[in-house]
Design a protein. Structure first.
Length: 295
C-alpha cells in the first residue's frame, strides 16, 4: 500500500524544510544516515543497507533531519568555524552583566549624553539632543569617507557599497540606512567637542556608544519623523536564542539601530530602553527573522 499525500503531509516538518532547511543540520544527518546504512549493509546485506539509506534520506527530505533534536545538537556541539563554512555566522551579542564598570550606558551617562529615570530607563539629555540637532542641521551633504574615518578613528576609509566602508583595509563597517550613518557622524562630532576622553577611546568602544545613542533617538536624523522602537525574540537553527532590539522611522522607514543581545539579557534591555511598550520585552516573547549586525 502506497502512502497517501495526507500521510506524507503529516510527516513533513515545514519549519525545517524548503527555504527553512538548515544546511549544517542536513549535512550532519546525511552523514549519520550513510554511516547507519553502511552498518546495516555490513551486518545484513547490501540491498538492505541501500533500502535503509533510502528510508533515511526520505526522512531527512520530509522532516529536515533524521536524529530527533538535531537543531539543539548542532547548536551545542558544532564549533563556530564549522558553522561559518555553511554561512552560519555566530550572532554578535553584548552582555550588560559582563560590561562591568566599562558599560557603555554608564559612560554615556557620565558624559552627559543620557539620563536615567527613577525606574532605570534611559533617554538622551536635553543638552545632547539639542547639540545633535544643530550638528545635523548644519551639515550640507551626506556623510562620506572622511566622516567614517573620523568617527571610527581610522587612517583610511574606502567606500565599498551603499553605507559600507572598509576601514584601514582590515575591517568592513556597514550602516543600516543613510539616516543611521548621519546619526553616527553627527553624534561623533558632538562627542568629540563635549567629551574630553573621546579621542582616547578604541574603535569598538566608539561604535558601541554611537549605536546606543541611535537606539535612544526619538526623531529621525534624515527626515525628522517619529521613531518607533521594537523588539523580537529570535531562535535561529544551530544557534542560541537571542533578542533583537531595533528602531525605525515611522515616516521614511529608515532603520536607525539594530542590536542583538543574549536572551538572558532581555529583561535588562527592556528596563533600560522600554523596548516594545505595548508588549514588554521578555524572554520567549516571539519568534522572528534574523537581523544582521551593524558591523
Amino acid at each position: 500500500m502506497q502512502p497517501s499525500l495526507t500521510d506524507l503531509g503529516a510527516v513533513r516538518r515545514p519549519e525545517y524544510t524548503g527555504e527553512n532547511r538548515c544546511l549544517p543540520c542536513t549535512v550532519v544527518n546525511v552523514a549519520i544516515a550513510i554511516l547507519l546504512a553502511g552498518a546495516v549493509g555490513v551486518v545484513t546485506a547490501v540491498p538492505i543497507g541501500a533500502a535503509a539509506l533510502a528510508v533515511c534520506l526520505a526522512a531527512i527530505y520530509l522532516r529536515g533531519y533524521l536524529v530527533p533534536g538535531t537543531p539543539e545538537l548542532t547548536e551545542r556541539y558544532l564549533p563556530n568555524s564549522v558553522l561559518r563554512l555553511f554561512g552560519k555566522e555566530p550572532i554578535a551579542t553584548r552582555s550588560l552583566e559582563a560590561a562591568g564598570t566599562d558599560d557603555p550606558w554608564d559612560r554615556l551617562a557620565a558624559g552627559g549624553v543620557v539620563d536615567r529615570s527613577a525606574d532605570g530607563t534611559l533617554s538622551l539629555t536635553d543638552r545632547f539632543r539639542a547639540e545633535l540637532r544643530r550638528e545635523i542641521d548644519r551639515r550640507e551633504s551626506t556623510p562620506g569617507a572622511d566622516d567614517v574615518e573620523s568617527l571610527a578613528d581610522a587612517t583610511e576609509a574606502v567606500e565599498r557599497g551603499p553605507r559600507a566602508y572598509s576601514i584601514d583595509g582590515n575591517r568592513l563597517l556597514r550602516w543600516e540606512s543613510d539616516a543611521a550613518l548621519l546619526a553616527d557622524a553627527a553624534a561623533a562630532s558632538v562627542l568629540r567637542a563635549t567629551v574630553e576622553d573621546w579621542p582616547t577611546l578604541e574603535r569598538d568602544e566608539r561604535l558601541a556608544l554611537l549605536e546606543r545613542i541611535r537606539l535612544l533617538l526619538e526623531r529621525c536624523p534624515a527626515c525628522g519623523g517619529p521613531v518607533d522602537r521594537n523588539d523580537e525574540r529570535i531562535d535561529p537553527c544551530c544557534q542560541p536564542p537571542h533578542i533583537a532590539v531595533w528602531t525605525v522611522c515611522l515616516d521614511c522607514d529608515a532603520v536607525l539601530a539594530d542590536v542583538t543581545a543574549p536572551e538572558s539579557d532581555a529583561g535588562a534591555w527592556a528596563e533600560l530602553l522600554e523596548a516594545g511598550a505595548d508588549e514588554p520585552l521578555e524572554a520567549g516573547a516571539a519568534d522572528g527573522l534574523e537581523y544582521e549586525p551593524t558591523d
